[in-house]
Design a protein around this ligand. Structure first.
Ligand code: NDP
Length: 283
């Protein structure tokens, strides 16, 4: 049986680890070829190893591409490098079927501590970079509505978590752009966002105790975040007693993204789709 994304090409920004790497694994298992973007030189070995392992396991082509998307030229460089790696032929022009805007940075700062450099760095990475990546990808998107663009937002766009006036603002901006792009690119691709809540990994682990205390009530009221003895690991069950529940596994967020990339999701665009266990129910 042919795999559902066989022969397609996806570009995933921020794919060296965390949610981006899990999305890469999900799409690779469906036969999708991949560009795995990252920025730090220290992530070159892990991203190269991930590309090799996914290529071997799933008989696809996956390549790592280093590009700092927070710079004015980084997004265009990413698309140019991808185009060189997957050259056009007369029968198959270079085409970006799926674009996942996942790269992002977090900032926890109470209002009085927000600095202009922190504001600018966070907005450059989380807002300007996805815009410039989509701009650069535009000539290469499908022309038959089969394209898929997924922007990785956060519940922070709508929960008003303390210390996240900047981070939450960037994700609200990303969701606003999602709606505009769903109209502007309607003949090319569906455009949706997903909004994870807490997800396992260094970004979540780096949250200070005051922040964790502030979101505990939200966590306790999230239907799927209750930790389960005998299902979740003993460490997760123990930690959940303190934080109120368990964070998502990266594969759980990747599964929602994979669903939106499918042909079956063709009638869904301009949405912020739940990837948070029910932490946020209304949009
Ligand atoms: P990680 O911090 O684990 O990974 C971030 C990824 O983004 C890395 O691959 C990193 O590359 C890349 N990256 C960062 N800056 C740039 C840049 N300027 N140019 C290119 N790549 C860059 O993040 P997560 O997996 O935790 O988060 C992924 C997305 O999910 C983000 O948008 C985040 O805001 C969102 N999110 C995360 C949540 C969480 O709890 N973790 C919750 C809700 C949303 P490198 O390795 O080279 O540094």
């Amino acid at each position: 049986m042919p795999r559902s994304l066989e022969g397609k090409l996806a570009i995933i920004t921020g794919a060296s680890r965390g949610i981006g790497a899990a999305i890469a694994a999900n799409l690779a298992s469906k036969g999708c070829n991949l560009v795995l973007n990252y920025t730090s030189a220290s992530s070159t070995p892990t991203t190269t190893a991930l590309a090799t392992s996914l290529s071997t396991t799933h008989a696809i082509t996956a390549i790592p591409i280093q590009a700092d998307l927070s710079t004015p030229t980084g997004p265009a460089s990413l698309i140019a490098q991808a185009s060189s790696a997957f050259p056009s032929s007369t029968v198959s022009p270079f085409r970006i079927d799926i674009l996942i805007n996942n790269a992002g940075i977090a900032l926890n700062a109470p209002l009085q501590s927000v600095t202009i450099p922190d504001f600018e760095a966070t907005y450059r990475t989380n807002v300007l970079a996805p815009l410039l990546v989509v701009q650069a990808a535009l000539p290469h998107l499908p022309t038959d509505r089969s394209g898929r663009i997924i922007n990785i937002s956060s519940v922070s766009s709508s929960t008003g978590f303390v210390t996240q006036s900047v981070y939450g603002g960037t994700k609200a901006a990303l969701e606003a752009m999602t709606r505009t792009w769903s109209r502007e690119l309607a003949e090319r691709a569906t455009v949706n966002a997903v909004n994870p809540g807490p997800v396992e990994g260094p970004m979540y682990a780096a949250n200070p105790p005051e922040f964790m205390a502030g979101i505990k009530g939200w966590v306790m009221h999230t239907p799927l975040m209750a930790a389960r003895e005998g299902v979740d690991s003993p460490e997760v069950v123990e930690e959940a007693k303190e934080s109120g529940g368990r964070p998502a596994h990266t594969r759980e967020v990747a599964g929602i993204v994979g669903m939106l990339c499918s042909a079956d999701a063709a009638w869904c665009t301009g949405q912020v789709v739940c990837a948070n266990g029910g932490m946020v129910m209304l949009h």
